[in-house]
Design a binder for this molecule. Structure first.
Ligand SMILES: O=C(O)CCC(=O)C(=O)O
Ligand SMILES: [Fe+2]
Length: 293
């Protein structure tokens, strides 16, 4: 039994799915489906009622000093969040302690791919209400909106070093937070980290300016323009976060899903994904799992 599964659901007994999702189980995985790619995973059916955005537009936070940063709080329903977490567990993403990151390229698996259509629908609703969208129009209208996804696992206390996402990724990044809260810290980027071709701690900003962004389960953060290119984002390693009003928020196990679009024809050029450099052109989709450095 995967310990993550046990921690989150108490048991890996398949009958428990009904208790978690009720009659709304959003993914089903028939026993006789053949594996659909090199991962050996099987396809999940997707129930389109999950597309219905259930958010409250007043949950939209903008950050005056960071243009392009948009936080939509409680963006996903509990059922939607649980569905993604369940698919991640069923997909064996974090079955061993050596794995805390899985990347998908090209055609994305259904449990993350639907977030593209969801984003377009959320943007439409926000605009309808006269609100700021998650992204500028040109980003939302591109096809595909996203063709790369990273699913990250953070055990309690873990973080991710401050960074600007590499230039091989286009503008327009969507980060979905699941399971527990954490504070993401935004800092003005150094000139070196803006042009870095690998995630390199030597290039990090020395600025003392830092803007905390509390990410709760079900929150979605979008980064475009200055927020994506001129600011670093990272998560400090700590067991709890302290909010500006003094409230202490305990960390726990967190899963995040980051959706991006590759530049150009989607070929991974170098570096970040070891052993993946040659792939991409001849494959419609591929996946790689490992440990975040
Ligand atoms: O886990 C997160 O919330 C952020 C992940 C991230 O920044 C990345 O994968 O580039
Ligand atoms: Fe990032």
């Amino acid at each position: 039994m995967s310990s993550l599964n046990k921690e989150l659901f108490g048991s890996d007994d398949e009958d428990d799915d009904d208790e978690v999702f009720g009659a709304q189980s959003p993914f089903s995985e028939p026993d006789d489906l053949p594996p659909d790619d090199a991962t050996g995973r099987t396809s999940h059916d997707f129930h389109p009622d999950l597309y219905t955005p259930s958010f409250d537009p007043s949950n939209l936070d903008l950050f005056p000093s960071i243009p392009g940063l948009v936080l939509l709080r409680s963006a996903l329903t509990h059922a939607q969040q649980s569905a993604i977490v369940r698919a991640v567990i069923d997909g064996g993403y974090f079955a061993t302690p050596e794995q805390n990151q899985t990347m998908h390229f090209g055609k994305l698996p259904p449990h993350v791919d639907w977030l593209g259509g969801w984003t377009v629908e959320v943007q439409r609703k926000l605009k309808e209400e006269g609100r700021e969208g998650l992204f500028p129009r040109a980003i939302v209208e591109r096809t595909p909106l996203f063709d790369q996804a990273i699913v990250n696992l953070y055990t309690r206390g873990e973080g991710i070093k401050s960074h600007v996402d590499l230039a091989r990724f286009a503008d327009g990044i969507l980060i979905l937070s699941l399971l527990t809260s954490c504070v993401m810290t935004m800092r003005p980027a150094s000139e070196a980290s803006k042009v870095a071709t690998t995630y390199n701690t030597n290039t990090l900003t020395t600025s003392t300016v830092s803007i905390p962004v509390l990410l709760r389960p079900g929150d979605v953060l979008s980064l475009s323009g200055p927020a994506r290119y001129d600011w670093e984002h990272g998560i400090e390693e700590r067991m709890f976060d302290v909010l500006p009003d003094g409230e202490r928020i305990q960390r726990g196990t967190r899963i995040s899903v980051t959706l991006r679009r590759m530049m150009g024809d989607g070929v991974v050029i170098s570096g970040e994904v070891e052993g993946e450099e040659e792939r991409g052109k001849e494959r419609e989709s591929w996946v790689t799992a490992g440990r975040r450095k």
